[in-house]
Ligand binder design. Structure first.
Ligand SMILES: [Zn+2]
Length: 81
């Protein structure tokens, strides 16, 4: 498994939140672990979506005719319907 630096920071942050949750009254270890896992996966999904969004925006490049950013394989200026 390859970990990105940002992912390690995320895990450390989640661990701190878990410790904080455990310090709350009427909290046991299982609740804290469940909350930490849910948070971790929620943030992972959020980061994944943002990455895909950025790749979508950057990956398709720019229009060869006018230089505008290509969206959905179309130039918003030249291919506008
Ligand atoms: Zn164009």
């Amino acid at each position: 498994m390859k970990f990105e630096k940002r992912e390690i920071l995320l895990i450390v942050g989640i661990l701190f939140i878990m410790i904080g949750v455990m310090a709350l009254p009427h909290m046991n270890l299982i609740y804290a672990v469940v909350i930490a896992f849910l948070l971790y996966f929620a943030i992972r999904v959020f980061i994944g979506r943002r990455k895909r969004q950025i790749q979508k925006e950057v990956g398709q490049g720019i229009c060869a005719v006018c230089g505008a950013k290509v969206i959905d394989d179309k130039c918003p200026k030249c291919d506008a319907t």
